[in-house]
Design a binder for this molecule. Sequence first.
Ligand code: IPD
Ligand code: CA
Length: 262
Amino acid sequence: MTTASANLNIMIKAARLAARGLMRDFGEVENLQVTSKSAGDFVSRADIKAEQIIRDTLTEARPTYGWLGEESEEVKGEDPTRRWIVDPLDGTTNFLHGMPHWAISIALEHKKQIVAAVIFDPVKDEMFTSEKGAGAWMNDRRLRVTNRRDMIEMVFATGIPFAGSPALPAHLKQTARVAPQCAGIRRWGAAALDLAYVAAGRYDGYWEMGLNPWDIAAGILLVKEAGGMVEPIAEGSDLMGRNGCIAANADAFAKFASTVRG
Ligand code: IPD
Ligand code: CA
């Protein structure tokens, strides 16, 4: 990849440090013969530990930046224009069930725009990185979204709302519109990787309702820097405001987005 900025190098370092502990814990989870409650507690401790490692690494290097992480209170920085947006373990349910599809997601926001992104899948040793204006990368390979235009040839990812979410009926209507028009829909369970895979040209597009900023912040930059588009499902709303998101290659975006939106 092109030369990484100091900030991106710090983000990569934080992701690698957290990944060491998570990989150890993932090995444990795979072997755990315990009740679902204690496995759940074990994973939530792993998640919190990973966030602490990332936070210590980032704040030691950049003490004035703000912080928004899944597992802790938001902290306003002395520098109000910059903040880290971090999901220490995206794909928690996969992790808990011993499924090797989860990632660490770290984004840097400057003046409300994401300017640097890291999504690290340590099981597959895939490090997705991006900086505004410098493209999107996976390890040393430059990423491009797909160039398919016909929905019937396209494979999409989505997230299905689970227990406690009132969004299921709306999601099922979206799926009922998309499914008959495409080559397949996947639900792999890690939003950050869903977006990284759109950037990598593995999926042609992705949509999901009600996501948090830490699920999508890094992935948004990856998709855009790989030549794709990302918008909130509710047109004109705030992409980072739990309004869900639609991502796809730029040629197919309009058709895909109008199918999802209905
Ligand atoms: C979840 C995953 C999942 C998505 C959920 C997210 P978590 O994040 O990204 O794919 O469907 O909406 O909350 O809880 O594993 O960090
Ligand atoms: Ca997440």
